[in-house]
Design a protein around this ligand. Sequence first.
Ligand SMILES: [Zn+2]
Length: 328
Amino acid sequence: MKKLSKKVIYVLISAILLAVPAFAWDDVGHKITGYIAWQRMSPQARENVIRILRTAPEDSTLGIYYQPYGVESDDVRKLEYFMLVATWADIVRDFGAESGFRNEVRQRKYHRSNWHYDDIFWKQVDGKVELLTGFPEGGQGVPKLKEFDAVLRNPSSRSSEKAIAIAWLMHIGGDLHQPLHTSGRVTDKEPKGDQGGNLFQLTPEGTPRAQQVNLHWFWDSIVNRNVSIKPGMCERDYLESVAKKMIKANPFSSLQAGLKLGQYDEWQKESFAYDNTVVFSPDLKRNQMPSKQYTKKAFKLAERQLAMAGYRLGETLNAIFNVSPTAK
Ligand SMILES: [Zn+2]
């Protein structure tokens, strides 16, 4: 084998490192939603939300991510903490991957896989939606949003209970704006539903399991894969630049009339409507990577959905927490 020059080795290592995303979509999508929500929130609502989050039960670990001291300003620390809170529901899911009895107990206590989605079962007939009934429940996203909303509005709820409710509201609210988190598409191949596109493979048949990718993955990772991080850019700057572009493309004034605050069923239905039009559009083919044109449309929708989720969640928290703590 030829000896590789230092430069070639450096290029190869960089290519390998760049191929592995530094952080997953879950993080990117949810943190962007958190960022956009924060831009909508009044100083009072921000203060109240941060104060409550820090009273979270210790074993939830929700309170420990706030770094009270550091080089950054107080405002930046609060924003970063709030963005991370939107990913907490995934953090507790991953507790199980860490060894140790304590982690297992924590995961069992806080992780709920079927709260991240709420699938409507349907069939595509001549390009139209046919709703189906008689399927087992397709997730608890909508009822849980309603439940956590009620916890936050109830004056007798404990602060620690409200902290968990804020984290779930932020997370599920974001998830349901990913159209495949509301969809159980039934086909001859998937008579029990396609599990939000998880069964819809984009790689050719016979691809080894570890290299398979599916439609759900495609949508979950769309921001991450289409906006690359510039060398030397830190995560916060990356997320901020992506979020700002989304806000610019979908300003609050353009979506304000359709916020439908508190109408969580409507949020789900609106997201679901994109499954027939944009997600399962006629040019999408099984076992093939979506075309450039498809990807462009999908990215545009993802931008709209993340902006909308941020606006809705920010305004929801404003409606509940824009009161001075002493006035309660
Ligand atoms: Zn989730």
